[in-house]
Design a protein around this ligand. Structure first.
Ligand SMILES: [Zn+2]
Length: 277
């Protein structure tokens, strides 16, 4: 009797051990597949968990690597991310050049933020372009609806400029913008209060030239964007949907990299956590 019990116990133990062993193997196999996917899609985030980058809705906060300095708008590492980075941004999108610019940036393996004006998204063709740029992996930011001088407007008018644009971007991409760039870089406390309410980050820039007459030329623009004295760690580069910018962007990316700057993936820049809807 005692022997039988021991045998039964041993059998049970062996079965349990096998089961748990098999489960462990399965788990480790699936998690290694997931980590490979993560490594391919993000490159820079050793810390981000498989959940935070998977497409399924998740309440896990994203492991951001960078933050926007709220006073000088440089891009700064949160922990041990490299500080020798630059961010590419394109304002007044989408007009005639955004898609071509996005294609070049993507071909170069870089990333950027496209700041859109809501009024352009009233045109279904432009909405489609922004949808496409978003699907290519770019971040879509809010650049107001009609490009006003925001401090000249009432709170209600400012609110409309911002919310209408967020709504239009969400209609195009399925996501509300995380970043805001004030037209002319001009905002006031009311604008900042709206941004806080909407869980958005205010982002001006550190330098840009493509609206100055002498740089409305691909070669001149490519030269100044890379050789300006303002290029430094965390530089936040302002460019626009313009023909000379489309012409220059490939050389600008090459030039920044030749100087040792890595181009920041905007999805790694932090914004306030939002409720998962
Ligand atoms: Zn603008």
């Amino acid at each position: 009797m005692k022997q039988k019990l021991t045998l039964l116990f041993l059998t049970l133990f062996t079965l349990t051990a096998c089961t748990s062993n098999a489960t462990e193997k399965e788990e480790s196999a699936s998690s290694s597949v997931e980590s490979e996917e993560v490594a391919e899609s993000t490159e820079t985030t050793e810390e981000s968990s498989a959940e935070s980058t998977s497409e399924a809705p998740s309440e896990e906060p994203v492991a951001y690597a960078y933050t926007v300095n709220p006073d000088i708008f440089t891009i700064e590492p949160i922990e041990d991310a490299s500080s020798e980075v630059a961010l590419l941004t394109f304002d007044d999108a989408p007009q005639e050049h955004s898609l071509a610019i996005a294609e070049t940036v993507k071909d170069k393996g870089a990333n950027a933020i496209f700041f859109v004006m809501g009024q352009f998204l009233e045109d279904p063709a432009n909405k489609e372009i922004i949808k496409q740029i978003h699907e290519m992996g770019f971040e879509i930011g809010n650049h107001s609806y009609s490009h006003p001088v925001l401090p000249d407007l009432s709170y209600e008018e400012q609110l409309e400029e911002l919310i209408k644009t967020n709504d239009l971007v969400e209609e195009a991409t399925g996501e509300r913008p995380r970043f805001f760039r004030a037209p002319h870089g001009m905002y006031d406390d009311n604008v900042l209060a709206i941004l806080e309410e909407e869980g958005m980050v205010n982002m001006n820039w550190t330098y840009g030239y493509d609206w100055e007459e002498q740089y409305m030329d691909g070669a001149a623009l490519a030269d100044i964007m890379v050789n300006t004295e303002f290029l430094g760690n965390g530089a936040n580069l302002l460019m626009h949907d313009r023909p000379w910018t489309e012409e220059a962007i490939s050389s600008i990316i090459d030039g920044l990299r030749a100087k040792g700057y890595e181009l920041v993936d905007p999805t790694m820049i932090e914004s306030p956590n939002r409720e998962v809807q």
